[in-house]
Design a protein around this ligand. Structure first.
Ligand SMILES: [Zn+2]
Length: 172
């Protein structure tokens, strides 16, 4: 069990992020629903999207290459998915594992779903997180300063994943 956490601070070792993380407008109830509807007021670092789901980078990553798989329909429990939706969702989760192994070559991958605030849920719309774990993740910055050193910028990471989007395309 790794102690994944949302870091307070990031040190972007390659370069400063290109995008500005803007305020979420008040009339947006759910960030993922807004993304699914194509609302361009919310940032979406998309790797793949179809009529059923989105694969995107977490803009507050726990680690370099952190991806989210999000069904577009607003549900917040595995039990609210139809059987076919659940199978389709996890077929993509398996493909995303393959994508991460190919692109970022992690030592391991932490796959998780937080259902309910008590479980650390931040957005009440079901999403599966895949966080690559690397051999040398426990450096001084992480252990002493509560700061995550990110090896690549989000947009560079997005670009690298998108170059291998073929791995995801035939998931279903
Ligand atoms: Zn939603």
């Amino acid at each position: 069990m790794t102690d994944l956490k949302p870091y307070e601070q990031y040190l972007w070792s390659p370069k400063r992020e290109e995008y500005e993380n803007t305020e979420i407008p008040e009339d947006i109830d759910c960030i993922f629903c807004a993304q699914a509807e194509g609302d361009d007021r919310v940032t979406k670092l998309e790797v793949f999207e179809d009529d059923f789901l989105m694969v995107e980078l977490n803009i507050f990553p726990y680690n370099t290459g952190h991806l989210l798989v999000v069904p577009k329909r607003h549900v917040n429990s595995l039990t609210e998915l139809e059987d076919e939706e659940r199978n389709r969702l996890f077929a993509m989760v398996a493909k995303v594992q393959e994508l991460q192994e190919e692109v970022v070559d992690p030592a391991g991958i932490d796959v998780g779903i937080n259902i309910g605030e008590a479980a650390g849920e931040s957005i009440p719309h079901l999403h599966v997180q895949l966080v690559p774990i690397y051999e040398k993740d426990r450096g001084f910055m992480e252990t002493s300063l509560d700061t995550k050193v990110m090896k690549k910028s989000l947009t560079d990471m997005q670009e690298e994943y998108r170059e291998r989007v073929d791995i995801l395309e035939d998931y279903w």
